[in-house]
Write a protein that binds this ligand. Structure first.
Ligand SMILES: [Zn+2]
Ligand SMILES: [Zn+2]
Length: 346
């Protein structure tokens, strides 16, 4: 099969690889679409903690079931599926309590696997994964749209973890895929105003199209003034860092009201600038961080889309073929040609 093989940071190629064999509780999937995530950029650049090289990357993908292991009864050949990436060990303290995306055995094979990070992923024609990672994709949802279900799951778990409340004023830094999906699901879950901040006008346009009440261009517009005019007295109820920028993590802490909540979704490339942590005691703030999707959120994301109340199609701006991995990666990581999500058809 053809696949993207990353030997080590900065060293990758599209090449022939042996076809994977599904184990007893695994499913062999013909990959139809796989999208780039910010953490794939970190992976290629050697800045993603926990990655085990060499590997086939790709953790946001969809496909069609080819065959199933002897213990699998949930799926049959031809079924369309979306995926999540964390296959927890199932027996550590966190897994037993349901928090398998923070498995204590992360990276310890064969106990644990994160597809596309510690084990081969979806930038390939075929991928074999444990059945517990798969969710049925509705027949009318394009495979390219389906790749967003993994990211949508992360947005859902983040918002639910910090207890989003009806009418919440939500401030989101970053109008990339995770920020835009968090904006859409905040509204879906009952938020009041949602304000999204970015430096790229094209992304703010998409945010508007997808329903953001307020969009703010970080370089030219005065966020404080805009929020004051809108009546956001004291700051946001919830501020979300969705850009993966350390300085914006600190901004989130500054921008919430007394008693507010901060949610960190982005993964930074390692920088940790000073943050006004005193506010946590003075103003009784609460900080939440979540790792990946989990909590059956990919399945729930699919159902939310099936309701017809969410359409994220403008987020998938570019589609290339698997053989064009390098071009796709350059367009995605360089945010060229107003790229947000770049998907490869495999
Ligand atoms: Zn991702
Ligand atoms: Zn575990």
């Amino acid at each position: 099969m053809r696949a993207v093989y990353v030997e080590k940071p900065h060293s990758y190629e599209v090449t022939d690889m042996p076809e994977p064999e599904p184990g007893p509780d695994e499913v062999l999937v013909r990959v139809k679409a796989c999208s780039f995530c910010g953490s794939d950029t970190h992976l290629i650049e050697g800045k993603m903690p926990g990655v085990i090289y060499p590997l086939i990357p790709g953790h946001e993908w969809t496909g069609e079931v080819v065959s199933t292991g002897e213990l699998v009864e949930e799926f049959s050949p031809g079924d369309r599926v979306a995926t999540e990436s964390h296959a927890g060990c199932g027996r550590c303290r966190n897994c037993v309590r349901g928090f398998y995306t923070i498995c204590e055995n992360y990276g310890r094979k064969p106990l644990h696997r994160q597809i596309g990070m510690t084990a081969n992923g979806g930038f390939a024609q075929l991928c074999a994964v444990p059945v517990k990672l798969l969710h049925r994709l509705p027949g009318d949802m394009p495979f390219t749209t389906g790749t967003l279900m993994t990211t949508a799951g992360t947005a859902i778990v983040g918002l639910e973890t910090c207890g989003i409340e009806t009418g919440d004023r939500v401030l989101i830094y970053g109008a990339g895929a995770i920020g835009l999906l968090t904006m859409q699901f905040a509204r879906f879950l009952g938020a009041g105003d949602v304000c999204i901040v970015d430096t790229l006008p094209s992304r703010l346009e998409v945010a508007k199209k997808l329903g953001a009440e307020i969009t703010v261009h970080a370089g030219t517009e005065d966020l404080d003034m805009i929020l004051a005019e809108r009546g956001w007295k004291g700051g946001a109820d919830l501020a979300v860092e969705a850009a993966g920028v350390g300085a914006l993590q600190a901004e989130c802490i500054r921008r919430v009201r007394r008693g507010g909540r901060v949610l960190l979704l982005g993964i930074t490339a390692g920088e940790e600038p000073p943050a006004p942590l005193n506010r946590f005691s003075l103003d009784q703030l609460t900080l939440y961080g979540i790792r990946g999707e989990g909590d059956y959120s990919v399945e729930r994301a699919v159902r939310a889309y099936e309701s017809g109340r969410i359409d994220s199609s403008p987020i998938n701006t570019h589609v290339f073929q698997l053989e064009e991995f390098e071009k796709g990666f350059e367009v995605f990581s360089g945010k060229k040609d107003n790229a947000i999500k770049v998907v490869l058809e495999c």
